[in-house]
Design a binder for this molecule. Structure first.
Ligand code: 5RP
Length: 262
């Protein structure tokens, strides 16, 4: 069945499979959101069922919580766990300093809180997510619904003085209605094309009334596991300055490849 997967899906799977091996017995683990994180959750479910791994998961979205429960993981809230050993999550872009754009799946607020409450954050990504400079992927920011058009105007006005190439923004939609996050907020996607100073932009955006959080993850990610469609994986650690390569077999199991949805 893995033969049915696209090269991108294979790349996502092998990154997730490699990162799942970083989870040790007894760990409290933040579980990301998105298609790559869904592979991770399935891999962890299999390790719990087949290998007796004991771990507790803190999901970063209702979607991830549902999948985690379906595959048999023990799930608690961040309030219950308080602090985490490790968070593993996907990303929309990562740069050479392992700064990230996240929020393509609309879960950036919970994802950032969970990652920041972890001893270590590991990003799992297919190789297409690697960029020299952040910004081609539209930067999501989570905004309070109250007065969101005014917040959008302030954001666009603020972008004039920022080192970015594009300055338009769009309200993310879910069919005919604005998209609503798990925290009841909306998302503005900023079409910046190129972000010159991500750290400065992240700080400035969060000063604007109505902005809850932005999708720039600066100095949060420690390690990236990059997956390739042919089964290769590369593990880069920014603190250790190490790069390891590995290869993952596509072990076909009904459980992992039977349900290919997010
Ligand atoms: C969700 C995210 C995801 O991690 C990001 O969008 C990557 O998704 P995928 O693994 O499906 O490519 O930030 O808010």
């Amino acid at each position: 069945m893995s033969g049915d997967l696209s090269p991108i899906d294979k790349a996502k799977f092998v990154a997730a499979r490699r990162a799942a091996d970083m989870v040790e017995d007894g760990m409290r683990v933040g579980l990301g959101t998105g298609s790559t994180s869904a592979w991770l959750v399935r891999c962890l479910g299999e390790m719990v069922r087949e290998e007796g791994l004991r771990m507790t998961g803190v999901p970063t979205s209702a979607r991830t919580a549902q999948l985690a429960l379906e595959v048999g993981l023990e799930v608690v809230t961040l309030e219950q766990a308080r602090w985490l050993d490790l968070t593993i999550d996907g990303a929309d872009e990562f740069d050479p300093d392992l700064n990230l754009i996240k929020g393509g799946g609309g879960a950036l607020l919970q994802e950032k809180i969970v990652a920041a409450a972890s001893d270590r954050m590991v990003v799992i990504a297919d190789v297409a997510k690697e960029v020299a400079r952040l910004g081609a992927f539209p930067l999501p920011i989570e905004v309070i619904p109250f007065g969101w058009p005014a917040t959008q105007m302030l954001v666009e006005e603020t972008l004039i003085s920022m080192d970015v190439m594009g300055r338009t923004s769009t309200l993310r939609m879910n069919g005919p209605l604005p998209y609503v996050t798990d925290e009841g907020n909306h998302i503005l996607d900023l079409h910046l094309t190129r972000i010159g100073h991500p750290r400065q932009l992240a700080l400035v955006l969060n000063q604007i009334p109505g902005v809850v959080e932005n999708g720039l993850f600066i100095d949060i990610c420690d390690t990236v596991v990059i997956g390739y469609g042919d089964g290769r994986v590369e593990v880069r650690d920014i603190n250790e300055g190490t790069v390891e390569t590995d290869r993952i077999d596509f072990v076909e199991t009904e459980n992992l490849f039977g349900d290919l949805g997010d």
